[in-house]
Write a protein that binds this ligand. Structure first.
Ligand SMILES: [Mg+2]
Length: 261
């Protein structure tokens, strides 16, 4: 099914590799097949809660060996966007978890505790499972004062075994509603994670297939940079929704295995 000109893959994770924590199909066999075809790959995920090393560990537990640099998260994306604009030591107020904190720290930024939020020179928001009124209030004051406002992603929901819970975008809406200001977004459907992935792969966009389970994030992001795209039906979007999507994804497959077998 995979066209012969494809040399590398940019893979989404949730809904492609696993659903919540359950692997989709035989992942070891799927990745053996990808490697046997000589195809390189990176993972590009909007989920910025984990570090690349944590994802590497999780994949290892499912029988798939990858290098940490094969994992591109929206947290890395936002840190790399900021590193292109601000010097090391810039003070940043963050609403977010480890994934984003480690990525910003590695770029040399100083992260402020909530008590020192008014000193921030930039504000970054991701999903934070210990979000509270004080953090949101400080963030609102910063954004209203014109401090640059960045986010990992705008996903409205976050998948769990019991269903969808509020994602980064849902929490973000509190700040955008209170301020009338929209953030700069690193994650899909915006092109930045795709550009970072293409840089790591070193393949041309026409030979790089973007694979995902959501039309409005994965497929839109791939299309925004001119890559061919493949929708897999193992996650959120359905074949019926794909028929309405214009331009249509280049390929539709039941699963990643189905795409590469
Ligand atoms: Mg997904």
């Amino acid at each position: 099914m995979l066209p012969s000109n494809i040399k590398s893959l940019i893979l989404d994770m949730d809904g492609v590799i696993w659903r919540a924590d359950a692997p989709i199909g035989d992942l070891a066999a799927t990745f053996d097949r990808i490697r046997a075809r000589g195809i390189n790959f990176v993972f590009a995920t909007n989920n910025g809660t984990k570090t690349p090393e944590e994802y590497q560990e999780k994949l290892r537990g499912l029988g798939v060996e990858v290098e940490a640099r094969q994992v591109v998260t929206s947290a890395l994306g936002v840190a790399s966007l900021l590193a292109g604009k601000y010097p090391q030591g810039t003070k940043i107020f963050v609403i977010g978890e480890d994934g984003i904190r480690v990525a910003l720290k590695e770029k040399g930024f100083e992260m402020l505790p909530v008590e020192r939020a008014p000193e921030a020179q930039a504000f970054v928001m991701g999903i934070d499972r210990s979000i509270n009124f004080q953090k949101v209030s400080e963030a609102t004051l910063l954004v209203r004062a014109g401090i640059p406002f960045y986010t990992t992603n705008t996903d409205r929901t976050f998948p769990t075994p019991r269903g969808e819970i509020p994602g980064s975008g849902a929490w973000l809406s509190v700040i955008t509603h209170a301020t009338g200001v929209q953030p700069i977004v690193a994650g899909k459907p915006f092109p930045y994670l795709m550009e970072l992935s293409l840089e790591r792969l070193g393949t041309k966009k026409e030979e790089t297939l973007v694979v995902g389970d959501r039309l409005e994030t994965d497929i839109a992001a791939g299309q925004s940079v001119g890559c061919p795209t493949a929708l897999v039906l193992s996650g959120v979007s359905t074949r019926e929704q794909a028929k309405e999507w214009n331009p249509a994804p280049s390929l539709i497959a039941e699963s990643l295995w189905d795409l590469v077998k």
